[in-house]
Write a protein that binds this ligand. Sequence first.
Ligand code: CUA
Length: 190
Amino acid sequence: MAEALNATQPTPKQEAGERGERLWARSMIAIIGLLLAMIVYTSVHWGRHPPSRLETIDSMSLHKGGEFSEPNLGTSIAPDGSAVVRVVAQQYAFVPSCVLVPAGVPVTMRLASADVVHGFLIQDTNVNAMIVPGYVTTVRTTFAESGERLMPCHEFCGIGHQAMWAHVRVVDARQFPFDQAKGKAVNCAG
Ligand code: CUA
């Protein structure tokens, strides 16, 4: 009762409570500041950014023709030497399951989902994006060195999610097997 009567003077208990609240507020501001700083740092230093374009596609009819039909899946080389990779993500595989790309040239990856939301990242690169049905995911990168890289699905997409993997094989650009005359997209299998 003594506490209630003396309402103008904060009791030691109230003071402690206010100190606690101030500490809490400062900690939260510091954490938000740290997270924002991390976003700025990774964006600038590692080139991480949200997908830059909004392009829609009918996921239900990918197999019926158009850009993501079977013969177009894989890697094509444009006349300027840059590469375009087209991949379909579906439960529970990427098509093609082994992506062949030339080293040292700009690569544009275009992915579409045939069913649910998938994700993909390529080991040791800044490539990391979601593949949302109804949209084309476009990511640009350059693979500096030859070698094998893993490309797992990193978005839970169903019971077989953990088995959804692809490989990226980076090879010498001079030995890249794309035939401009035929124009057929290639993958590790040929
Ligand atoms: Cu596709 Cu997880």
